[in-house]
Design a protein around this ligand. Structure first.
Ligand code: CU
Length: 690
């Protein structure tokens, strides 16, 4: 498929060619490949393997997701000279509109992915004048200079705003010195599986100096996002909001708010300095935030915070997503405000009035904020846990009421009131609840999706279901959220159950192996969807069953291969996924949203046979069918715990299944679901690139 002409395309294409050619001529690749390095991320892992601190070379072509790609060009870094007239933040894009029935559009975008600088030369005025930051394309970050990767000179990349059923055409121009792809997280790509953006699964990577056109239908509403699916790129900034709105008639929550503004969409992200990928240094909100290295108080006006403006008396829909790279779940709240939570992962839920919510990587929550407090500024606070807890990382943004001074910062500390309540919650130990702890819980504020407090099977199935459902006034676990839509299968449907595991182990050579089903993923050389007729599955794939059949014992051997789990198409599928580690992992599958019907803590697990045994004994309870189990695309698997998800496999294809902590995914915590047979999959162009 080749690039279709569009009005604005030829000009940028010429610039692009000239730039690429000049760079190719003048700068040869100077970066070698790095051997696979070890990553030491969660506190648990640090305890286990505290002696090996590795520093990454960059670009890091030794990692698994870029296997088979050529060494990168080093592209020009001086983007202050770049012609940005074709770049856009899409503020005046014709597809940004009030959605009306029967008025779908075709929407064209250009996303230029390029190297950039945090606190680069564009930031001179921003350091003295908050209002200059956006206008000058300054990526201020936390005021610490560092190389980053941006989209159209922005981090987060420009938000794409559409209406449901619009046709989307996006040209991704790769100005990086390494291959890239773009994933449209939350869209299942039913008609266009080749547009999913999974390297060597649904497409070949877009090489430096290439452009790829992504074309698909925005066939669902919600808070979605786009992000690079290569290596660490989204950690360096290649990510943005993809907001698909519904018509008022189709939006069941329309009556709950007055405004739904893109400036109220927040991307929370953990960041590194330079290329030291083993240490999380800060959390930013929309690319900004306080610097933890200096000793300035939170409300010193030399910090740069994201500022959300509201007018008293109105209700605002706000959207938050966590573009998490490390194992750094966050707690989100707003000083002196309740949050009416109405959607998760772009799927509407029965509203829950809460004091705050937790996010693990890739999760999203939408909430309504009622601007009913005094006209001043309030802290929006984010507190990091797990790997972000060691450095006590937190961040703020400012909720600024009309009437407050334009640059006023709130009084007090960012964490302020949240500190006392999170300390309370810290005392709630997994995996069992004493009656005393239950009382503490009942006095606690309402927190949604708190990964630390999970139903535990030690308390029995009845207690599990009680915690999952009835006792949701204080601690609303993910599994307790209720979709607005009933589950799409009849009562008493028989599901085909797949057991799977997330684990970490050390190979005899000292290498750390992040694994799914005790297999570290090795990506293929042939893109699976495009090249499916070129190989015999049995010779090319591995999986838990095939390795057992070969007499391999992956608890002893090192199993590294192309892990493809086969599932029949058009069947009710259930996955029970166990986490052998003490830290959480965000589970994500492409091509399918799922209902979360079970989630809890088991205690020590290191063998799927134990999970299967517990399940046979009825100790892994599922929500009943009459419960409208929440629909999600990313969900946390608790430490030493499990999730149970269900979906109808009505989207045949090759779909990635992986942990959404980038550090884990690039180290092998990935697999592929092959849903259906080759003949059931959509015909796609043999090679989708120009
Ligand atoms: Cu993980």
């Amino acid at each position: 498929m080749c690039v279709r002409e569009s009005k604005s395309f030829p000009r940028i294409w010429i610039i692009f060619l000239v730039l690429g050619l000049a760079q190719a001529l003048t700068q040869a690749d100077t970066q070698g490949t790095a051997d696979r390095q070890e990553l030491l991320f969660s506190t648990a892992e640090e305890t286990l393997f505290s002696t090996d601190k590795a520093k990454f070379d960059w670009p890091w072509f030794g990692n698994k997701t870029t296997k088979g790609t050529p060494a990168g060009l080093i592209l020009k870094n001086d983007y202050s000279q770049m012609d940005i007239s074709s770049f856009s933040d899409f503020e005046r894009h014709p597809c940004r509109r009030v959605c009306q029935q029967g008025q779908t559009q075709s929407c064209y975008y250009q996303l230029v992915v390029h190297n950039y600088q945090r606190l680069g030369p564009e930031c001179q005025r921003c350091q003295f004048d908050e209002r200059a930051c956006a206008a000058e394309h300054c990526i201020y970050g936390d005021g610490v200079a560092s190389p980053v990767m941006a989209v159209n000179r922005k981090i987060p990349g420009p938000a794409i705003e559409l209406c449901e059923n619009d046709t989307v055409v996006v040209d991704v121009l790769n100005y990086l010195g390494e291959p890239t792809t773009m994933h449209w997280h939350g869209l299942n790509m039913v008609d266009t599986p080749q547009m999913d953006g999974a390297a060597f699964v649904t497409q070949y990577p877009v090489q430096p100096g290439e452009v790829q056109r992504y074309e698909f239908k925005a066939d669902r509403g919600g808070s979605l996002w786009y992000h690079s699916h290569m290596g660490w790129q989204r950690g360096f900034g290649v990510a943005g909001h993809l907001i698909i709105r519904k018509t008022r008639q189709a939006n069941q929550h329309a009556h709950l708010y007055d405004y739904d503004l893109v400036e109220h969409a927040l991307m929370v992200q953990d960041i590194f300095y330079d290329h030291e990928l083993q240490t999380v240094r800060n959390i930013l909100i929309n690319g900004k935030g306080r610097n933890h290295l200096n000793q300035l108080p939170d409300n010193d006006n030399r910090h740069r915070y994201e500022r959300l403006r509201v007018t008293p008396g109105y209700r605002y829909r706000m959207r938050v997503l966590l573009n998490g790279i490390a194992n750094c779940p966050v707690e989100f709240s707003i000083e002196q405000h309740k949050l009416l939570i109405i959607s998760t992962d772009g799927n509407d839920i029965e509203p829950v009035l809460a004091d705050g919510f937790f996010l693990t990587s890739a999760e999203r929550f939408d909430f309504v904020l009622n601007a009913n407090q005094l006209s001043k500024s309030y802290w929006i606070s984010v507190r990091g846990y797990e790997q972000c807890d060691g450095r006590k990382l937190y961040q703020g943004a400012v909720l600024s009421y009309r009437g407050a001074t334009r640059t006023e910062l709130p009084q007090g500390n960012i964490l302020g009131s949240t500190q006392s309540r999170t300390l309370d919650a810290d005392n709630l130990l997994k995996p069992t609840y004493s009656s005393q702890q239950s009382r503490a819980l009942s006095a606690a504020p309402v927190l949604v999706n708190d990964y630390r407090i999970m139903p535990t099977i030690a308390a029995g199935p009845e207690a599990f279901l009680r915690l999952a459902t009835a006792e949701k006034d204080n601690n609303v676990g993910t599994v307790a959220l209720r979709s607005l839509q009933p589950v799409p299968w009849p009562r008493n449907t028989r599901f085909r159950t797949y057991y799977s595991s997330f684990s970490l182990r050390r190979a005899p050579n000292g290498e750390l192996l992040f694994q799914i089903d005790e297999i570290s993923y090795i990506p293929p050389d042939i893109s699976l969807l495009q090249g499916r007729n070129l190989f015999e599955d049995d010779g090319y794939f591995c999986n838990r069953s095939s390795l057992v059949a070969q007499g391999r014992n992956c608890q002893q051997d090192v199993c590294e291969c192309l892990n493809v789990i086969r599932m029949p198409a058009y069947r009710p599928i259930e996955m029970v996924v166990a986490n052998y580690m003490t830290n959480t992992h965000p589970y994500h599958i492409h091509g399918n949203s799922f209902r979360l019907v079970g989630q809890g803590v088991v205690g020590n697990i290191d063998d799927l046979r134990n999970i299967q045994y517990l399940d046979r004994q009825g100790r892994l309870p599922r929500l009943p069918d009459h419960y409208h189990a929440v629909l999600k695309d990313s969900v946390q698997i608790p430490g030493l715990g499990f999730i149970i998800v269900r979906f109808i496999s009505d989207n045949p294809g090759f779909w990635l299944y992986h942990c959404h902590v980038e550090a884990h995914a690039v180290q092998g915590m990935m697999a592929v679901l092959k849903i259906g047979e080759d003949y059931q999959m959509k015909q796609v162009p043999a090679r989708v690139r120009c």
